[in-house]
Every structure is written in C-alpha cells, then in structure tokens.
Design a protein around this ligand. Structure first.
Ligand code: G6P
Length: 369
C-alpha cells in the first residue's frame, strides 16, 4: 500500500499533489494555446445542438455538482446559453420539463452514481441529448451518453474527490470555450487569453502545492474549531461550497459554504471570536465586494482566513491568516482556489486523527439511492 501511495501518507494527499499532472493530462491533445485550438471530438459533433439548445441542464451529485455550478457561471458568461444545475436526486423525482433540443451535461467522477444515471436515462427517453463529463472510462454514465469528454484524471482512490474535481473544471471550461468560439459569443482576444490561462494552470497549481507547509500551520491553528464558514462570490461561490464539503467529509467539523453577500441573511448570526471564516477572495470583478464582506466579519470578531491573490495587500491586511494563490483570470481561478482548501481539510483531518482516505459513512461511489 505504501508503494501505491507513491511515498505519500494517504491517497488523498497523493491525489492532491498529482493535480499539476492530471490537469495537464486532461488538456493534452485537446488544448493548443499556441495555435488557439481546442479539439474535443465528443463535444464538437454536438456543437450545433448545444448552440441551439433552449438550455443546458447540468446533472450531478456531491463534488461533481459543485463543478457543475462553476460551469453554469462560465457557460452563461462565455456562451450566453441558459444553464440550470440540478442535483440528480431531485431532478429524477420531480417530473422535470424536458423538451427535445435540451442538452444534458452529466458530470460524474465514477460514472456509476445511481441518481445521476437514472436522471439521465429519464431525460434521454424524453429526447434530450446527453453529454457525459466522466472520469472512469467505459462506466455506465459514459456508455449511456451520446457524447461528451473524459476527464482523464486517472483512478481516484480517496473517497473525497480532489483531482477529479479540478479535471472536471478544466473539461467544462474547455467545452464552454469551444462552444463560445464556434458560436462567436467570445471575443477572439479573450478566447486566446483564456487558452493561455488554462495552459498555465498546472504550473500555478504546483506553485500552490510548494507552499503546503504554510497551510499545515494554519490547519494546526484552527483544527479545534467547532464550525467553519466558507464564503465566496461569483465563480468562487461554488468553491466555497466545495471547501466546506471537503472539511466536513475529512475532518467531521461542521462547515457551511455560502455566497458571501447572502451571509447577512443568516450565517452572520454565528460569527463570534471562535468562528473561522474562510474567504475565497482571489482578485476578480467582485473583489471590492468581498473585501467589504471580510470587513463585516472582522467587525464581529470572526477569524478571517483568506485565499487571496499573491501580492494583494488590501486583502492580506484584513486576514488573520492567508494563503496566496497566483494571479489568474477569474474564469480559471476556481481551479487554483480549491487546492489550498483541499490541503486545509486534509491537514485538519490528519491532525484530528481522522481516516482521511475513507471517512466514516461515506462511499466513493453511491450506486444505490
Ligand atoms: C460520493 C463521493 C463524492 C462524489 C459524489 C458524486 O458522495 O464520496 O466524492 O462527489 O459521490 O460522485 P460521482 O462519481 O458521480 O462524481
């Protein structure tokens, strides 16, 4: 088992550290930033249907659902197509309205999640086009889909998804870019810039991983907290959800992810000097807004842990602790911002002696409902 873990203490840590490679693998042969091309055969053949779709419905569970939520923001922005993101379990039981010409994107690491599988079977019967974004080659969801793209992250053993999530983000972003390009809804310069941004992600993830000791120190400091709040806006709102989910899964600490501006409608009541609040606050169009949310937490004596862009002194000044990530376009920032959150959960889990690779009550793939 020690050999399988490649010298790491746990599969989860190994898989977190594999991300520069898995992200690279996921783009290999598909993205050519120099020529400005994206090649995805299983998507391109449905390009016309996607462009003309009334809406794209993204169906997923768990961490894959969070990747879908990031994709909603990206698709709407770049492709100007209406997107809904659905929990598979809710979608399948509510007699959903599906019209011919609706496109379903099923996102699943295992390709075997029962709720997701049944949901897409139903939609297929009603005439929807099903595209899978799946990690496990030849899995049930991959087989039932009309087309799609594999995430190529390799086998994920740790129950809590890490490298599969970043690969999902990369694939979904490449799909959005490809469609936007064909549709003409993206400006040529922005398109080229985003290809270069994607190309630079593996290296930037490696940079974050090199700073893991700092994250370990922060984990030690906050490991005894009873609750955590994770806040983000825009593209980073789903990252807040994912950060909170990861912490719950791995360390059994209660955590909630919330849109930063929505906290004033409830979660802010929880804030006191005991509560760590993790802000996913990389520099983007909403930056000023999230800074004022940080100030609101500080004013109530909450502990602010910021995931911030390197060199962002304004945010740094508001943080009790911070973790820097390299500068990146807001569209790709979630691929970076989630990495310190994975490590934070991991180190807290280990510090609390939890079984991080196989948390209690959780299964890698939920094949029953
Ligand atoms: C389980 C796993 C999660 C995963 C979810 C969806 O709950 O523990 O890590 O995100 O299922 O799985 P899928 O294979 O469909 O992505």
């Amino acid at each position: 088992a020690a050999i399988e873990k490649g010298g790491f203490d746990h599969f989860m840590l190994k898989e977190i550290f594999e991300q520069p490679q898995t992200i690279f693998d996921c783009m290999r042969g598909r993205l050519n930033a120099v020529n400005g091309t994206i090649t995805m055969a299983g998507i391109q053949q449905y390009a016309e249907q996607i462009i003309n779709a009334n809406r794209i419905i993204i169906i997923a569970c768990g961490t894959s659902w969070h990747a879908g939520l990031v994709a909603e923001y990206i698709f709407e922005e770049l492709c100007r197509i209406n997107v809904e993101v659905e929990y598979a379990s809710e979608f399948r039981y509510r007699n959903p309205i599906i019209n011919k010409g609706d496109v379903i994107l099923a996102v699943s690491q295992s390709g075997e999640t029962a709720d997701t599988l049944v949901a897409i079977e139903k939609a297929k019967e009603k005439g929807a086009i099903i595209l899978g974004v799946v990690n496990v080659v030849g899995s049930s969801i991959a087989r039932i889909s009309h087309g799609g793209a594999y995430t190529h992250a390799g086998p994920e053993i740790g129950v809590a998804s890490t490298k599969a999530f970043t690969a999902q983000l990369v694939v979904l972003t490449m799909i959005a870019l490809k469609i936007a390009y064909i549709k003409g809804s993206i400006d040529e310069n922005r398109y080229k810039k985003l290809l270069l941004e994607l190309d630079a992600i593996p290296e930037k993830v490696a940079w974050i991983l090199n700073h893991h000791e700092q994250i370990k120190t922060i984990a030690q400091k906050y490991k005894d907290a009873r609750d955590f709040l994770y806040l983000g806006r825009g593209y980073n709102f789903p990252v807040a959800l994912e950060g909170a989910l990861k912490l719950k899964e791995i360390s059994y600490i209660h955590a909630e992810g919330y849109p930063a501006a929505e906290m004033k409608h409830g979660p802010i009541a929880l804030v006191d000097e005991q509560l760590p609040v993790v802000f996913i606050a990389s520099r983007d169009a909403f930056h000023e807004k999230i800074i004022s949310n940080m100030q609101e937490i500080k004013a109530r004596k909450g502990k602010v842990i910021g995931i911030i862009t390197e060199g962002d002194e304004t945010s740094k000044a508001l943080c009790d602790d911070f973790i820097s990530i390299p500068e990146a376009d807001e569209i790709v920032a979630p691929m970076l911002a989630v990495v310190p959150l994975q490590l934070l959960s991991y180190y807290i889990g280990v510090a609390k002696d939890c079984n991080v690779d196989q948390p209690r009550n959780l299964a890698k793939s939920v094949t029953v409902e």
